[in-house]
Design a protein around this ligand. Structure first.
Ligand code: NOJ
Length: 538
């Protein structure tokens, strides 16, 4: 089967914040349909649609109450069919975000299953007579008492998101059926939310990478997408390169690729994670990314990304947007677009959108942020309110979920109503309308990068060429080479606010892309945040 996804660029749509067509302040499927021309112009191939299934929205759709219907907030099943058809006409495929580690507590399986131990779907969830010390990703105990059966149920996320028990064969069969139904409807694949947890053994304190994880994935592959020409991507937070190769084995027995976060945890604190971030160690970041490039070469496939709906926008993470928003956006893109893997754009990244930086806790709606505040500031008192808010402005997930900035009119053209989250203040200057026809814009730069990956003399090299990190210990320059024996590309990025001199050792053959419009010479003074790619002699 052709591995078309190796040359694709994926665009993540967070539906609540993308485009509202009916004025209720929340984005929807018709809103996405209305923006397909924009996405086709950008040049992306695939939309990863964050969950749009029926849901009480405790975690914005990652708590599904019916896998077969669409949340009325977003539209109907007919809207979904229309999106699939219209996207196809724009040469865009739709990948659905499937949450199979847990459901909503309002899913009928749980509603029925919690009533009695004899109920048919009781076994679809994970129960224990006593809670053990397992902690939820969203703070506090991972166990919640259930009156009617006098047991505790497991929830690795919020209390309203009980974990599924993959040991139940009849649950697995139900899941495979619903996946096949979606595939039959014309979707092109799935993004699997926190898939690493489905093999859990919670009574032994094992959550990620349990003993049955890979057997389950292989069984799912055979029962569903394995024989179809799909893109499948597993979200994994706890993974090393050995496990990653298994997930994305080129033999096609599991997924097309993984989506892992090693480079995204670079500034997290050992104890309090992102709520107590450390300064960036740029050398570590380079070494970490390079380790994944080298290890996955020819034996697995990785996703390339700097942002998603859970991560702060990279240009805001270390405050680069405060002085050099567009330059930083282009520079980070250059660093990742010449690596091996499939690039993912999180909506608005192609415009250089920044974090909203909501200063007040009252603005936050995200269950993870609110639970963390309760746990760290109120209950355990390990952070002060001020410390927590400083971290929340950087890492609180609502900051990256502010509405898309389409133009400079009221609410950035996102809605005619009251947006569910306030707009980021810079939408009058950073918006799509200003950028699509401006050849110097971040949007136009992304367009160029996408075309270089997809259709240029360098496409094959970017897909397959060997990777070598140069200047590994330089704390401000990111320099690497890709070489496929035919050609060699040199990528150079100055991640600093100073002018730096760099000498290119090999003879320059030509410029591939550059953030500055001037010739690249063998010895060059790099402007702050300047990045370029040149073809050099092998
Ligand atoms: C990962 C998703 O990306 C995140 O948004 C969600 O809160 C958790 N999984 C739980 O489903």
């Amino acid at each position: 089967m052709e591995k078309w996804w190796k040359k694709s660029v994926v665009y993540q749509v967070y539906p609540k914040s993308f485009m509202d067509s009916d004025g209720d302040g929340v984005g929807d499927l018709q809103g996405i349909i209305g923006k397909l021309d924009y996405l086709e112009d950008l040049g992306i191939d695939v939309i990863w649609l964050s969950p749009v299934f029926a849901s009480p929205m405790d975690d914005n759709g990652y708590d599904i109450s019916d896998y077969r219907s669409i949340n009325p907030l977003f539209g109907s099943i007919d809207d979904m069919k229309e999106l699939i058809d219209e996207a196809r006409k724009h040469h865009i495929k739709i990948v659905l975000d499937l949450v199979l580690n847990h459901t909503s507590d309002e899913h009928p399986w749980f509603v029925e299953g919690r009533k009695s131990r004899d109920n048919a779907t009781h076994d679809y969830y994970v129960w224990s007579k006593e809670p053990n010390p397992l902690v939820s990703v969203f703070s506090g105990s991972a166990w919640e008492f259930n009156e009617s059966t006098q047991e505790y149920y497991l929830h690795l996320f919020s209390k309203k998101m009980p974990d599924l028990n993959w040991k139940s064969e009849s649950l697995r069969k139900e899941i495979y059926r619903l996946m096949n139904d979606w595939l039959d409807l014309g979707i092109a694949g799935f993004r699997f939310d926190v898939i690493e947890y489905i093999g859990k053994e919670p009574l032994s304190m094992v959550t990620a990478n349990g003993p049955l994880l890979h057997p389950y994935i292989q069984e799912m592959n055979k029962a569903t997408f394995g024989s179809r020409n799909t893109l499948t991507v597993g979200e994994c937070w706890n993974v090393d390169t050995t496990t990653a190769k298994q997930y994305s084995d080129p033999d096609g027995s599991e997924f097309s690729m993984i989506f892992q976060f090693d480079h995204m945890k670079i500034d997290w604190d050992e104890r309090l994670g992102k709520w107590n971030p450390k300064p960036l160690d740029f050398v570590q970041l380079k070494k970490g990314l390079s380790h994944w490039q080298n290890e996955m070469m020819d034996c697995g496939w990785n996703s390339l990304f700097w942002n998603n709906h859970d991560m702060p926008r990279i240009i805001s993470r270390w405050d680069d947007d405060l002085t050099h928003p567009a330059e930083a956006a282009k520079m980070f893109a250059v660093i990742s677009y010449f690596m091996q893997g499939t690039p993912y754009i999180y909506q608005g990244e192609e415009l250089g959108m920044s974090n909203a930086r909501y200063p007040l806790l009252e603005t936050y709606t995200d269950v993870e942020t609110l639970n963390a505040y309760q746990d760290l500031v109120i209950d355990r008192k390990v952070l002060t309110d001020k410390e927590f808010m400083a971290a929340a402005i950087r890492f609180g997930r609502d900051n990256v979920r502010s509405p898309m900035q389409w133009n400079d009119s009221k609410n950035a053209g996102f809605t005619t109503g009251e947006p569910w989250l306030p707009l980021c203040g810079n939408y009058t200057t950073i918006n799509a309308q200003r950028q699509v026809d401006d050849p110097q814009s971040v949007f136009s730069f992304y367009k160029k990068l996408i075309q270089i990956r997809k259709k240029s003399p360098y496409s094959e090299l970017i897909e397959k060429g060997r990777y070598t990190l140069l200047e590994p210990d330089h704390d401000r320059l990111f320099v690497y080479e890709r070489n496929d024996g035919q050609r060699c590309l040199l990528v150079v990025a100055n991640y600093s606010r100073s002018v730096l001199t760099y000498t290119i050792e090999k003879k320059i053959i030509g410029t591939v892309i550059s953030t500055q419009s001037r010739p690249i010479t063998q010895t060059i003074q790099l402007m702050p945040y300047e990045a370029f790619v040149v073809e050099v002699e092998r």
